[in-house]
Design a protein around this ligand. Sequence first.
Ligand SMILES: Nc1nc2c(c(=O)[nH]1)N(C=O)[C@@H](CNc1ccc(C(=O)N[C@@H](CCC(=O)O)C(=O)O)cc1)CN2
Ligand SMILES: Nc1ncnc2c1ncn2[C@@H]1O[C@H](COP(=O)(O)OP(=O)(O)OP(=O)(O)O)[C@@H](O)[C@H]1O
Length: 201
Amino acid sequence: MAKQNKDFEPRAQNLFYYGEKMKRKIRKSILNLMKKIPINEESLYKKLFESSLWNDAKTVALTMSTDDELNTMPIIERGLAEKKQILIPKTFAKGKMEFFEFTSINDLCKTKFGILEPNGEQEPIKKNEIDLIIVPGIAFSKINNQRIGYGGGFYDRYLQNYQGKTVSLVRKIQLVDSKWIPELTDVPVQNLIVEEINDEK
Ligand SMILES: Nc1nc2c(c(=O)[nH]1)N(C=O)[C@@H](CNc1ccc(C(=O)N[C@@H](CCC(=O)O)C(=O)O)cc1)CN2
Ligand SMILES: Nc1ncnc2c1ncn2[C@@H]1O[C@H](COP(=O)(O)OP(=O)(O)OP(=O)(O)O)[C@@H](O)[C@H]1O
């Protein structure tokens, strides 16, 4: 991992700053919208459960959602009912993250950011054993599937040498038309499943 990070050092500094500043601006405005506008969760669950991404996956990694995010509990329950292995991330210092098998909500503890995480007593699941990662995010670019998260860089680091599938469940308001200049470390999401709103169905 440390060796790979070195590859990013010779990047153009002005490009890095432009990307970072731009991302901060977009992150802030979309977060505001997410708090204000209600979500059509059912359309996202339905599309996910109908997808071959979901149906072909035996091991699925996803987060425990916060109040401002799409509720992931129905996805976890459906996965367990379908005998899939469900994985939840635990974050560590320096942007490191590992996934652990979800056993029971009682085995999770809240971080100082209010996110439920595994206690880390079990062994983490190896990256090459994960079929599908449902990647959280704040803003997504329609044009090139780039994403902006909360700024921890956890997923960008984890996805660097990940070989499996990725998908994000995206609200209409999280979809950005324009293309921002990504940082060299940004990893695009392979698939976007986008919310449908009422009369569009
Ligand atoms: N539900 C959920 N779980 C998730 C994520 C997510 O987006 N959603 N993550 C996706 O990666 C990881 C956690 N991401 C995090 C990203 C930043 C900070 C953080 O440092 N927040 C501070 C300071 C932010 C800042 O730099 O200004 C804060 O909120 O005060 C915490 C967690 C893993 N678990
Ligand atoms: N592979 C990497 N190696 C070194 N630094 C990285 C890597 N990926 C991201 N970073 C750094 O981490 C910081 C946060 O990254 P970024 O803003 O892309 O996070 P994010 O995608 O919004 O968050 P997350 O992935 O946690 O949802 C940035 O300073 C970025 O340069």
